[in-house]
Design a protein around this ligand. Sequence first.
Ligand code: ARG
Ligand code: ZN
Length: 875
Amino acid sequence: QVFRLEDYRPSDYLIPETKLTFRLSPDQTVVIAELTIERRAGVDRGAALVLDGDGLMLRGIAIDGRQLAASDYGATPDRLIISNPPSEPRFKLTLETEIAPSKNQALMGLYRSNRVYCTQCEAEGFRRITYFLDRPDILSVYTVRIEADREEAPLLLSNGNLAESGDLGDGRHYAIWHDPFPKPSYLFALVAGNLGVIRDSFVTASGRDVELGIYVEHGKERLAAYAMDALKRSMRWDEEVFGLEYDLDVFNIVAVSDFNMGAMENKGLNVFNDKYVLADEETATDADFANIEAIIAHEYFHNWTGNRITCRDWFQLCLKEGLTVYRDHEFSADQRSRAVKRISEVRTLRAHQFPEDQGPLAHPVRPRRYREINNFYTATVYEKGSEVVRMIRTILGPKLFRKGMDLYFERHDGEAATIEDFLKVFEDVSDRDLSQFALWYHQAGTPNLTVTTSHNPATAEFTLEIEQSVPPTPSESRKRLMHIPLAFGLVGPDGKDLAYGGAEGASVENGVIHIRKRRHVVRFSGVSERPAVSLNRGFSAPITLSVEQRPEDQFFLARHDSDAFSRWQAFNTLLSEALIAAFRNKLGGKEPEFSEGLAELAGTIAGDEALEHAFRALALTLPGEADIAREISANIDPDAVFAGREALTATIAKANRDQFSALYRQLDGKGPFSPDAASAGRRALRNVLLDYLSALDGSAALAAAHFTGATNMTDRAAALTALAHRHPGSAEAREALAAFERKYRADPLVMDKWFQIQAATPGHGTVDAVRALMKHPGFSMTNPNRVRSLVGTFVSANQTGFHRPDGAGYQLFVETVLAVEKRNPQVAARLATALRSWRSLEPGRQAKAREALLSISSTPNLSADLRDIVERTLA
Ligand code: ARG
Ligand code: ZN
């Protein structure tokens, strides 16, 4: 079944009130739903009432207290139809369903993980609990009564505020929760179990006392301290930056160990994958701390962007996700280093969204059709969606942007809104026409700008000829021209931006060129000396860019651009060009050669005390193999890409050996651990240097010493990676892997790192290593984190291993996807996207990849989730 945006129509009935009673038991949970049903004004009396279900068993049904006869309704696991509902405008429908949480391995709806009952309802999981109008424009006020064994589940949580609790005798007890804010069913949540808790409190700007709780497995309370701190900082930040306050008396977060995604913003009761809550220096890396901070903030920020204002339908998913990602990006930028954060965001976007946009799974930020909505929680909706919001801010400026956001909350609070509503507030506050800009939501594909530069000293004119193109994507062969805000600077010989007289050929305001046509010739007057042009500063638009200017300009910008992002970009472009040349050499049977200037510049950047450690670390991180492959775009031999990257690493390491060693020693941090950005940056630079030094002969001892001397997980994991990847099979590597396993075997989240590092080990042997690790007692095919760490890492972060020329990697991929799919279609479908760029491989691998995809698609009884991904990938 295909769902289309243009088919949206409001439902005939509303459900203003929902009362739920849960009698929890692992195999036979009874759910009683009392729904207040209201016929929408203008709808015919007696219009059929059709409710969504998914795998349900109906045990009872009544209207206004009267049992219905079998002829009054039709119930299948997936649908409940009442063909002649009462003609009164309002009536009460009571439904009793029975479900088995312990048998629910899809982890959607109500399930039981690790003896804890919990729910995941977004996008369409609520219909696995009871029959309902399970769509986001049905807003209802929920009252939830939970009954359970006191011993099994002393803790009973749902959305909103606790209204009542008490004993039921027989070892059972109950709690009643009431959420005064009308919400869509996807935000419903229930948690019951025996968990530990850390508590804190927060006073909002207007004086509301909020009780905060983070629930975790007993004994892990201490590991939630950082998440709690991040939560309080998020709450304060949203007040200060957006003027948004929390609106209930309690805010609870529960960490569970079996979870399909990162986390979920259920009203007042966020549920998290435990890997995004639990952290201390012994078990979590700096990247883990940063992720926890970002995801805690993301889910909290959803309270306004997602919950108070929700989505009219699932086509509008980016309305809440793109906007909320934008907000969490800004939060992290304010908490940490803005420049470093921006570079990391762009790297993520390029690594995840660009391949999506440039392959068979491309779709607009606001899709127009889907078969399975779960497959649209994508980098395009989330990350590109965030970039679109950022561009609105760039175009309007900070003041009008904030004014537009204020108007959005004022105008749409309590509603289920659309992208059109969102754009309209910015048009209204700015008097701008954003209709061309709106194409960013409607049109898939990464736009490209080609730029040539020229300078005329006689007339003191500097000219940019800019041409835009938007490549075709599946089912959108003809593209319209976009409005691209291109931030820029003309960098003079002293590194400062040149002032210019005037600009013509495009509208240029506040350092931004507004590209709206196919071709612009932008002339800057009063530019007597030839500048180096710095384009797309701060990554003002999510595009690709090819700029033709003097080769020395790129080196110059890498040393002198005042925009930190562009400075990083300039050096990264140089590295990327060198790696592409190395790849071509390799295919031509030649050894790669690199310019001396490049290695020298790497040395300069490494030692530049004016630059933040974290910035230097990012600059020295070579483009990944997948990044290089994406730039090359066709006929990829991953082994040749890998060889070129190894050669450049070794060249830079050799040329800077003494300096890198000295700096490495100097960065050795003493004193207590702190997860703050500056300390993390220092560790990042030291660990990047370790990686370079590990490319030199005889360096295993250095990494081994780094491993044994490590006093935190960041350093320990970096050392283990250096050993496993740069000295695979060495005694040092084997010893370190064994020591790590001995130390952490009882801690699944830490063992995930151990699986990851081994799964990412380059080379043709890794597929067998992964197969062996799948038999490790710490591995489990039912836990999404385990599957993603081992198999997910292998298929998405190991180019040489996964794309082994004989297809052995693809074979493992097929087997695992199909095995996971039986229990958990969502996780399987996500895993299956690993082959989305199969068409850019060289012909041999391409044929084998295609066979693998075909063998999945010809498997009988595929889930809708997996079928959708595989068929689109092959199309
Ligand atoms: N809304 C959640 C978040 O972004 C993610 C839910 C993902 N749901 C899904 N069906 N994949 O925070
Ligand atoms: Zn989200």
